[in-house]
Design a protein around this ligand. Structure first.
Ligand SMILES: [Zn+2]
Length: 145
């Protein structure tokens, strides 16, 4: 539940998603779209691992996740980018989904996302209506499949 700001719009927050190993391979998302924040907001509400109202907490969560699942190779792009740019993105590119996607030292695929919400329409975006906040949607269905 989020408080509305004075304009009546829900304040910006981030929904965190975390899938590892077999959970990643069984995602009901087209593989090339598995880092698309719009799609994750439409997944069942209980997929939300946490919700953060400020970038400090969101940044801290992702740092902890990366520490819990050490990479096989710290130079892997989907890990290195997350370690280098998460803070910057949360602060400076607030409409963008922050993600990590890499193999951990046990060979498991690790996918972590911080999806900003409500989703603003990025300039030039083709979609017309951003997905609504999943935490206001009370009728989320069961897991697909
Ligand atoms: Zn939300």
């Amino acid at each position: 539940m989020h408080t509305a700001d004075r304009t009546g719009e829900a304040a910006l927050h981030w929904h965190a998603y975390a899938k590892t190993g077999d959970e990643v391979y069984s995602l009901p998302l087209p593989y090339g779209s598995h880092l698309d924040g719009d799609l994750w907001l439409q997944m069942p509400r209980d997929w939300i691992a946490a919700t953060f109202d400020d970038e400090d907490a969101a940044d801290q969560w992702l740092k902890e996740q990366l520490a819990l699942y050490p990479p096989g190779n710290i130079a892997e792009q989907g890990y290195a980018n997350a370690t280098l740019y998460t803070r910057w993105q949360l602060t400076r590119e607030r409409h963008k989904t922050v993600w990590a996607d890499y193999r951990d030292r046990h060979g498991r695929e690790v996918v972590r996302l911080l999806v900003p919400c409500p989703r603003p329409s990025a300039p030039g975006a083709s979609r017309k209506t951003p997905p609504e906040c999943p935490e206001t949607r009370r009728s989320a269905g069961p897991l697909p499949g």
